[in-house]
Ligand binder design. Structure first.
Ligand SMILES: Nc1ncnc2c1ncn2[C@@H]1O[C@H](COP(=O)(O)OP(=O)(O)OP(=O)(O)O)[C@@H](O)[C@H]1O
Ligand SMILES: [Mg+2]
Length: 373
């Protein structure tokens, strides 16, 4: 029957800032694998015109609102969402919201099962879920998708399983409702990130690609091997560590540490700042190296063809080159916004170019669609 597409409001709730984006698209532009899955690979099915940017905004959050993925000050978060939505003219039932849970909040697991139908799989998942998740079954929301035939066993298939504690999901749903919006899609940031990357840069079926979203408090590392997101890891590192180191070393400079980091303060020794930054990001390179080594040891030995960076902290000048030297792998910052069409009359292209890397998860969420029943 005739279905009217509603434009999804993508909402990325980060420790440093919340990001909101609305994309429009013509009919049939995206054809999803199925409505149930959190893991629809949007870019692979992209046909026709890329989506067009309708609205975009970032709003800074007071530090401490979200700590290590946990919402510590829900009132501040609700308020920030409400203010940003109002500013962008977003609200009500016509704007279903898509958010992403992070690696702190979900368990992602690939299980190999005998080949069976969707119905058979549903029955099996219902009956045997307790075997796969480390929480009481009654307390989790799950989602799963067949990712393909198993490479090791000809008669088997690989299924990706995502489980989130119901209390966590309920908390996010309540926050969005309190901000006057309608929660519609709950995704996982690794999947949104992979979708954004493929929409912006394409699908590389022969390659092994690393994606690192380096935010303020955490880094999501995903590795796409031959077009399939094979490995995900949350690493507790990001721009706040730089701010903390600056605060500890520049007590004499009367400016906020983030301002010093971004070059907005004067009256101190620039070389000393660079030394502080280098020390922290050398630690980041070490964390990435260990995670990639773990991937090689336990998943796939093939070296990475390239590591792509995004997230606000990927905007640190020279970071990609530094990682490239430290890791011995080609490294590049990617701008997910190159996946979409932007009207230069409506948006400042230079601004979008600069904030682009920060919008990867948000863009991946914006590529979702829901339809009016
Ligand atoms: N030009 C820049 N140079 C260096 N750091 C930057 C720059 N722009 C933003 N940042 C840093 O990036 C971080 C914010 O990035 P981002 O918006 O991706 O994080 P977040 O999504 O809010 O946090 P998280 O993902 O950790 O929850 C902050 O630490 C900020 O200081
Ligand atoms: Mg983030």
């Amino acid at each position: 029957m005739f279905q009217k597409t509603r434009d999804v409001v993508a909402l990325d709730l980060g420790a440093h800032s919340i990001k909101m984006m609305v994309l429009s698209r013509g009919k049939s532009m995206f054809d999803f694998l199925g409505s149930r899955s959190a893991r629809n690979r949007t870019a692979a099915q992209l046909t026709g015109q890329p989506p067009r940017l309708l609205a975009l905004g970032i709003s800074h959050l007071p530090r401490g609102t979200i700590i290590e993925g946990k919402i510590d000050r829900p009132d501040q978060l609700v308020n920030a969402i409400r203010v940003l939505a109002d500013h962008l003219g977003i609200g009500g039932k016509n704007h279903p919201v898509a958010i992403a849970l992070t690696g702190y909040e979900v368990m992602i697991k690939t299980v190999t099962l005998p080949t069976m139908t969707e119905e058979g799989l549903e029955k099996r998942m219902t009956e045997e879920l307790g075997q796969y998740v480390p929480y009481p079954v009654a307390e989790v929301n799950i989602d799963y998708e067949i990712i393909g035939m198993s490479k090791d066993k000809a008669t088997h298939m690989d299924v990706i399983l995502v489980a989130a504690k119901r209390t966590v999901v309920d908390e996010y749903v309540a926050i969005i409702q309190q901000a006057g919006l309608e929660p519609a899609v709950i995704d996982v940031d690794f999947f949104a990130l992979a979708n954004a990357f493929e929409a912006a840069c394409g699908v590389f079926p022969e390659q092994t690609i690393g994606l690192a979203d380096i935010g303020a408090s955490r880094t999501s590392l995903g590795i796409i091997h031959q077009g399939v997101l094979t490995f995900t890891q949350d690493i507790p590192m990001g721009g706040q560590q730089l701010d903390d180191s600056i605060q500890a070393r520049f007590r004499d400079v009367p400016a906020a540490p983030e301002r010093i980091k971004l070059g907005g303060a004067a009256g101190f020794d620039q070389a000393r700042l660079e030394a502080v930054l280098r020390e922290v990001v050398r630690g980041w390179a070490g964390n990435l190296r260990r995670a990639i080594e773990f991937f090689h040891k336990n998943y796939v030995e093939t070296p990475l063809d390239k590591l792509y960076l995004c997230g606000g902290s990927a905007r640190i000048p020279g970071l990609a080159e530094f990682f490239q030297q430290e890791l011995g792998t080609p490294v590049e910052v990617f701008n997910p916004l190159q996946a979409i069409v932007v009207d230069p009359q409506q948006f400042d292209l230079q601004y979008l170019e600069s904030i682009g890397p920060q919008m990867a998860v948000c863009l991946g969420l914006g590529l979702r669609q829901t339809s009016r029943k």
